[in-house]
Design a protein around this ligand. Sequence first.
Ligand code: F6P
Length: 380
Amino acid sequence: MPRKRTAAPAVARPPVLRRIAISTGGGDAPGLNAVIRAATLSALQHGWEVVGIRDGYNGLMNPGNYPWGGLVHLNRETVKGITHLGGTIIGSTNKGNPFSLPVKQADGTVVEEDHSDRLVAAFHREGIDALVSVGGDGSLAIAHRLAGKGIRVVGVPKTIDNDLDRTVITFGFDTAVSFATDCVDRLHSTAEAHGRVMVVEVMGRYAGWIALNTGIAGSADAVLIPEIPYDLRKVAEKVNERFHGGGGFAIVVVAEGAKPVDGAATVRSREAGRADRLGGVGEKVAAALQEMTGHETRCVVLGHLLRGGRPTSFDRLLSLRFGAAAVRALAEGHQDVMVALNPPRVDLVPLEEVSGRMRAVPLDSDSVMTARELGMCFGD
Ligand code: F6P
């Protein structure tokens, strides 16, 4: 069923925009530069000036930290040849929430403070009429709150984790899954050569989309995702079955946010003002499987490799479409909305419907059913 377009209709007389800003926030994802290029080139066609805010909102809030200025002027020259590049030419941060900024106090403690009014004042001071905010759940929630403070904003959904609601897919995900699948393909031959179990840890904090799709595409024997708490005895059974059935090796894909039936996700470290840093579940699973099955086991953590590199052509096209659609939305007078893929269209959805909502893998989805029908084990 196609989704209904629920965003407010374009206003009859769109506002006059002269200068817009682009911000990229949260963990980077392949395709950010393509969004920047498309949004810039589209905006230039409207005669608008375009600036990129360095490192989320830091360039606006703390311009003194940037000897060459906190804003990057975006024009034909500066966005030339960047579609295929990973990262973001304007920088990003996941520590820059203006509504709860971690600030070091005189006594050394860190306290989260609301600096949003200072940010809004900086938007006005710089003559910025509208904002294209490219980010995941955290950045889009911030964008929605800025809209509540009078900033004209359009969001663009980004995350390799693909866990944003109200869009069929986010850019960066396809690149991450393609790379992870290539790694699993490579691990097959070494696993087989040595008769080992290979455990592959991939990103996926709250949702197991990367692990699931990689596991299916890469013919894994087991996939552990946050949505399905696992019992390692079931995984060990599957591994033994695979060895005894003549396979002689096994591949297990684990999302970093996967948790056992009687436990929680593995947290590597905690820091004020940012989400817990996950990681380490792959090593735990590998050690336990070696102990339980007696088969030599190795763990490979793909981690940030999944966020780097050139976007696939799918992600490039999606990012370019999203960037152009964001500027089109601003030109039509929309605000406080997010561009979203609703094939074949790119639609607009209210940011309010996205903010604070996470899209987990539905347990009755075709992908989960397919995996089970292929004989894959989820540890349940
Ligand atoms: O972009 C989301 C994500 O990839 C999560 O899966 C992961 O937990 C997080 O980024 C890691 O972020 P950082 O770069 O701060 O370690």
